[in-house]
Design a protein around this ligand. Sequence first.
Ligand code: PEP
Length: 250
Amino acid sequence: MSRNYYMAGNWKMHMTRSEAALLAQELVNKLKDGKHKYLVAPSFTLLETVSAIVEGTNIRLGAQNCACEEQGAHTGEVSVLQLKDLGVQTIILGHSERRHLYKEDDALINKKVKLALKHGFEVILCIGELLEEREAGKVEEVCERQTVKGLEGVSAGDLANIVIAYEPVWAIGTGKTATPDDAEAVHAFVRKVIKRLYGEEAAAKIIIQYGGSVKPDNAAQLMAKENIDGALVGGASLKTDTFVPIAKFS
Ligand code: PEP
């Protein structure tokens, strides 16, 4: 089964509104003839600005997180209702910076996943092992746990709105990329986990992105692997000079 490549930029906590508007407009211009699926995920404060620019284009609007409750007394949080109001279509959940810097656990991430799906969002569920987990031979154990727990209670129908991003934590923002073979092995394993949970057809359809120091000079080799269906890009997504060649890899 052929899957479309999905190339996403996670802008993390970077840029002001004017900088974000400039980058978004350049991406709209340069990716309009792009053949893949595209997304940018700016900070909450930039969403309204970027939404106005990407609306009606081939670039989707993503948020980097959401609250686990719909609304109410949750100071400092942002709700799915507020994200929908801004035109957000996709929410990145379980990013390693949320898991490790902000101590989000599998149960909390799962609650957010289900809430986002209930409100019709596409979810990019991030999974990935720490360096010490890799060195201890626990890559599969960690990725299986994060996948199974992250998707607990997600129906087969809702799985169509799930994208998985395998991001080995030791490769994020470090300049170290997993080799295409190492990444492929984990992607194939995660697809097997999905097959066990949801069956063969669902496993063949699900998009599994790779993330971790993806750059213009390694994107094509990674994307050439059978089970790698796209990229979640951090640092290199902040400039058109680096994101466009990744997004248009050939
Ligand atoms: C990310 O934050 O999801 C990421 C993969 O970052 P970087 O590309 O900078 O490693």
